[in-house]
Write a protein that binds this ligand. Structure first.
Ligand SMILES: [Zn+2]
Ligand SMILES: [Zn+2]
Length: 247
């Protein structure tokens, strides 16, 4: 199974999990043309798109996907916030704790903590990649997870970098408070990872890094040292093999 990264920042987030015959779109916060191009201009193997929340950097192309006949799965709160017609036949309401099926992908949504109505995280299961944990735009996660094979998790900023900026007067206090209550720091990312059994995990993919408040090289090193796992820092255009076992 391949993870294609179309975007992973406040400018746009979109991931495609695919093998030769099947594909799942995770978030659609990039231009629809980029999504079509990544799919070689065919939705034939796409089972659907799962969407965590309404912010434009995650949901930009949701209406286009529905127009193209691509089923979209998201929470009722997110649908309402986006002004989507809840009775649309391609739109599927999902809720925390209730497993649903998108073609060959089995998905368990769970609650996350973000400054929106009803944001979700996902555990995505497919025989090729096992259980893939997907967490973005969440300053904290209450749950722990079993039997993970791959992890995609937000590492938006470094508390140390932001604290230094506030002390130096180059970043206002209110902004720090907003970021700390909406996005996941590398410090929380590390704690979240270490709270889980990572013994079967093959890959950790760090996503949604902030332009000014992160350090990709240090984040990667930090998580690699803490977990002993293969760590990737997501960037647009990147592809990563997410399998269940190492080759
Ligand atoms: Zn975001
Ligand atoms: Zn957001």
């Amino acid at each position: 199974m391949i993870l294609k990264i179309l975007g992973s920042s406040s400018k746009g987030n979109c991931y495609i999990l695919e093998n030769d015959t099947e594909a799942l779109i995770i978030e659609c916060g990039v231009n629809i043309f980029d999504i079509k191009k990544a799919l070689n201009f065919s939705f034939a193997k796409v089972s659907g798109c799962i969407l965590t929340h309404e912010h434009k950097d995650h949901s930009l192309s949701v209406s286009n996907l529905l127009q193209f006949g691509c089923p979209v799965f998201t929470s009722r709160g997110t649908m309402r916030a986006l002004g989507l017609p809840v009775d649309h036949h391609r739109l599927n309401t999902i809720a925390a704790g209730k497993v649903f099926q998108v073609g060959p992908f089995k998905v368990l949504p769970f609650e996350v903590k973000h400054d929106v109505v009803e944001p979700l995280g996902f555990i995505i299961n497919h025989p090729d990649c096992g259980n893939v944990l997907f967490i973005t735009d969440s300053y904290y996660v209450e749950h722990t997870f079993k039997n993970l094979h791959n992890v995609i998790i937000e590492a938006n900023f470094s508390q140390a970098i932001i604290n230094a900026k506030v002390e130096a007067g180059s970043s206002p206090e209110f902004l720090r408070n907003r970021i700390f209550k909406s996005h996941m720091s590398i410090e929380t990312c590390k704690k979240t990872l270490l709270a889980n059994d990572l013994s079967k995990v093959q890959n950790i993919v760090l996503v949604h890094l902030s332009d000014g408040n992160s350090n990709a090289v240090e984040f990667k090193k930090d998580i690699q040292e803490a977990t002993g796992k293969i760590v990737h820092v997501a960037d647009a255009g990147m592809t990563i093999t997410l399998n269940r076992k190492p080759f």
